[in-house]
Design a protein around this ligand. Structure first.
Ligand code: 4AD
Ligand code: MG
Length: 462
């Protein structure tokens, strides 16, 4: 007999037939006449109930069937007498694959804190909460590919090991095979990277954008979707050292179309999750965030507010609110500022544009005012910045001048500048932090809880 997944069993159309279910035991209860096992196999948040008629089984048969053990059951799928479930299995046979010791299996009782579960991240996918989060995460990843593929974008894979710092923030993880306690030195006493694996200093990428631009100026429209790494020492509920980013890049697209694309894209993803992850999102709403579905629908159904950074700063200055970080024209916005605009002032997602060039990356298109660049940040309730993007500087001369002004080493950048030397075009793109999207859609509050095995300062277990 072939195994049927719990999600399919619960659809009910196999009622009246002999089925086989496999999974992990969530709970067992009952008396000497009948025992009930709630079985979960990860295919859905719901369990299937297995009914053991103790006339057919002995106490010894059932003894190893404890929370966390893995079993295979065959039996009749019948309509359920109890409420809250459509059907259940009346067990004929039982095979125990693996036991889980009651004294040492950590997921015995319900209601562990999220902090505790982080310490056992290797087992937390077996909880309802993390099962739900991981299924939503998977659905969102699929929605992202679907959205771009249906629009004719090509999926481009950009390198993870790189010699250039796209965002110029210097927060990169070095990649080296040099012996750290016996470094080869040049005559001047510096580290001799010519002896290193790639013959030069390399690091894990902070963004695939620069290579994405190479793709866009050839294929027209591309998107990347891969891991990125940032060695910033940010111990916040919104930062990870290793996170996944989606970066579309489109030739012949200006900043306004870029905003339209970003808005359509996030709305599509959220809507996809609402439609395809109903059970999981309802569970998360019930457990963690009473307003979750309402908030998701609100974002999907309303236009985002668009204004310039300058206008945003003015609103913040005139708000009369005491911020931890004072704000004036020229300062980088902190999440408290972003959230004030979104949650208190506009009560809607906001797209800010035209930031001061000093606080943005070198590649952004310079505005005529000489002070600002054509940047755009999409700001979300509870999250702050969820997307960062821009129209790119397509003028070779202006880009070169900016690179020199910032002292970015030309030997790292010649290939990038070639896009502007040969057939340059206006183009734009943005980056969506995947975990920030998952954070928003699941209603969780800490980004460490929406990636299976989070990496953050001091933590690289599992
Ligand atoms: O704003 P960022 O730094 O922009 C870029 O990297 C551009 N190259 C994107 C582009 O235009 N193609 O990062 C983009 C997004 C942020 O808006 C945020 O959602 C997410 O990536 N992000 C992080 N997510 C988790 N942990 C971190 N440490 C993050 N840093 C950025
Ligand atoms: Mg940013």
């Amino acid at each position: 007999m072939k195994r049927t997944k719990v999600a399919d069993l619960l659809k009910g159309n196999l009622i009246g037939t002999e089925v086989m279910a496999k999974g992990w035991v969530r709970t067992r209860r009952g008396n000497k006449h009948v025992q009930f096992v709630a079985l979960n196999d990860g295919s859905t948040i719901k369990n299937i109930q297995i009914v053991f008629d103790m006339a057919k089984f002995s106490d010894d048969d059932l003894r190893p069937v404890t929370t966390g053990s893995s079993i295979c059951v065959t039996g009749q799928l019948v309509e359920s007498q109890g409420k809250g479930q459509t059907c259940e299995i009346q067990a004929d046979t039982l095979t125990v694959y693996g036991t889980a010791d009651v004294e040492t299996y950590p997921l015995q009782k319900k209601g562990h804190t999220l902090e505790f579960l982080r310490d056992i991240a290797h087992l937390r996918p077996r909880t309802n909460t993390f099962g739900a989060i991981l299924r939503v995460r998977s659905a969102l990843a699929f929605a992202i590919h679907k959205f771009f593929q249906e629009k004719g974008f090509f999926y481009l894979n950009t390198p993870l090991i790189t010699a250039s710092d796209c965002e110029g923030a210097g927060a990169m993880f070095q990649v080296t095979t040099l012996p750290l306690n016996d470094l080869p030195k040049t005559e001047e006493g510096a580290v001799d990277y010519s002896a290193d694996f790639f013959g030069k200093p390399t690091a894990l990428t902070v963004s695939g954008q620069l290579e994405g631009e190479l793709g866009a100026t050839a294929l027209g429209a591309i998107y990347t979707f891969g891991p990125t790494f940032r060695a910033e020492n940010s111990n916040t509920p919104r930062h990870l050292s290793e996170f996944w980013m989606i970066e579309p890049e489109v030739a012949f697209m200006d900043i306004t179309e870029n905003m339209d694309l970003a808005e359509e894209f996030v709305k599509y993803c959220i809507n996809y999750a609402l439609e395809h992850c109903k059970d999981d999102i309802e569970f998360l709403q019930q457990m963690y965030d009473k307003d979750l579905i309402e908030r998701l629908k609100f974002v999907v159904e309303n236009d985002f507010v668009r204004l310039t950074y300058g206008e945003g700063v003015k609103i913040l200055e005139e708000s009369g609110k005491k911020f931890e970080f004072p704000v004036h024209w020229g300062t980088d916005l902190q999440s408290e500022h972003e959230r004030y605009l979104v949650e208190e002032h506009f009560k809607k997602p906001v797209i800010l544009t035209d930031y001061p060039k000093e606080i943005k990356a070198f590649y952004m298109k310079q505005n005529e005012d000489g002070k600002t660049v054509r940047a755009m940040d999409v700001l979300f309730p509870h999250i702050g910045e969820i997307i960062g993007g821009s129209e790119r500087e397509e003028s070779y001369e202006k880009l070169l001048a900016r690179i020199e002004e910032l002292g970015i080493p030309m030997k790292d950048m010649w290939w990038y500048l070639d896009t502007r030397r040969f057939g340059t075009v206006p183009h734009s793109g943005f980056g969506l932090g995947f975990e920030r999207l998952v954070l928003f859609v699941t209603g969780m509050t800490n980004i460490r809880d929406v990636i299976p095995f989070p990496r953050y300062p001091g933590h690289a277990d599992f």
